[in-house]
Write a protein that binds this ligand. Sequence first.
Ligand SMILES: Nc1ncnc2c1ncn2[C@@H]1O[C@H](COP(=O)(O)OP(=O)(O)OP(=O)(O)O)[C@@H](O)[C@H]1O
Length: 531
Amino acid sequence: MTTPIAPDVISLREITKAFPGVVANDRISLDIVSGQVHCLLGENGAGKSTLISILAGMQQPDSGTIAINGVTATINSPKAAVDYGIGVVHQHSTLVPAFTVLENLMLGETGLLLEKKRAIERLGELAELLGAQIDPDALASDLGLGQQQQVEIAKAIWKGSRLLILDEPTSMLTPQAIDHLAESIERVKSQGLAVVFITHKLREAYSMGDCVTVLRGGRNVGHISVDELHSYDEQQAQDAILSAMFGEDISAVGADAADLAGATTATRETKAIDRTTQAVRLELTGVSSRGLGRDVEATDVTIQVREGEILGIAGIDGHGQGALAELVAGQRSVSTGTVRFEGQDVTRLGVRGRQQLGIRYVTDDRLHEGTIGSMSVALNLVIKRIGQRPFWRFGQIQRKAVDAEAATQIDKFGIRTPSPATRAGTLSGGNIQKILLARELAHGAQLVVVNKPTYGLDLKTVRLVREILIDFAANGGSVLLLSTDLDELVELSHRIEIISSGRIVGSVTNDGPGTAEKVGHFMTGAIEGAQ
Ligand SMILES: Nc1ncnc2c1ncn2[C@@H]1O[C@H](COP(=O)(O)OP(=O)(O)OP(=O)(O)O)[C@@H](O)[C@H]1O
């Protein structure tokens, strides 16, 4: 066991960090105390990631100080952060897939392998601390997401951390893995570590947090102390957080606050699609995909999506959702089976041809595949229409038309950007997602494939994106929704099919209470089957 660490206070004072056109952190002060989970909430672009990247030594503040127990700490590199005992678990896995768990852990931040015997001992200590079973010899690529995350936590506190920062740790996990994570956090906390927990989910802030800080527009706009949070019931905690998050806008949010908070269990009132009147728009018959062999291929998939229908595809992340999405979009080839769109065989049609028919794709890889970070917001909004009128004429870009389109979409989707000319890569995750949706749903979209459309988005943006999809379907559009979030699937889908190891293993009509349990049953079966 690790020795309990004496209570520490990490004090941030007046931390300020500006980027061109935006003050990401504006004189933020807060205290992070050992033995407590400090939740950090705020809308997309509020400044959370900037603040943790400063704590993690990845960025330097323009001004302000960080002190540990009253002594100034100079965190001028990731190595310095590790030396101060600050470990971060990022949203996306940083493990090397081809390495074993042990190799990943031994490969420290210096890139040097530690001594093996000592590493096995340390892993044993940490596995006990986390209450996790971690096989040192398992390949990282063979681990489920929950297990990968346990390894990431072990890696973050490998050197005996004092502060563990978890950046939206629950967004990809199954309900079971979230429970396990909550137990691990409790144990880490009881060993005297401080935890900073970034989440968009108010339920989690209440159930796992000891205190809450809300950021808005780069500022610390509200703090709920340990005593306050522990004295509140869930409703009071939600009200306090929401009013800090939305300030005067709360009246606009008003009655929908519970929805925004994700407090209610999602149920969809809409009836199933009328199969006698709504034509089949997309039909996959016995389709298997053929990719580069890096991830799970779709195998023998037969599905139909009708006009006006949202078909949800549930499953543990990495079970062939990417392959399925790409083969509908035309980005991955079909090895067997047929893909038909509005009656036409499009099995061999490429991406561009499918786009012209109205098939659109919002990838879950917003930053790399979905947008070009070095290009402006305006160009990203029209990038799929290069060479086409009215944005290009005679090989020349038509600035006026591009700017007019950008202005319309920025307004319609509430994209928060200093200007249309700002580089897309500098926007927050939520705003990048809005660019993708704006672009893909524009101009003749008939069917949109969306993969994890609200992953990492804040409450308001989640609601906006879901409303956009519901409206699109209500107006006759078809949606193939791939998601790992059961609440989202139940809230949006008319029907839900479950994918496991690339195959469809079940189908549930979303006809009222009990749907989530039925889907969960298939998913759990899928987990057991996969491990
Ligand atoms: N490297 C950068 N260059 C320019 N602007 C940046 C950079 N990093 C962040 N920003 C801007 O700083 C602001 C705060 O962004 P930050 O990523 O910290 O917010 P966030 O609260 O973490 O958002 P999200 O919930 O979307 O992750 C945003 O307006 C963002 O566009």
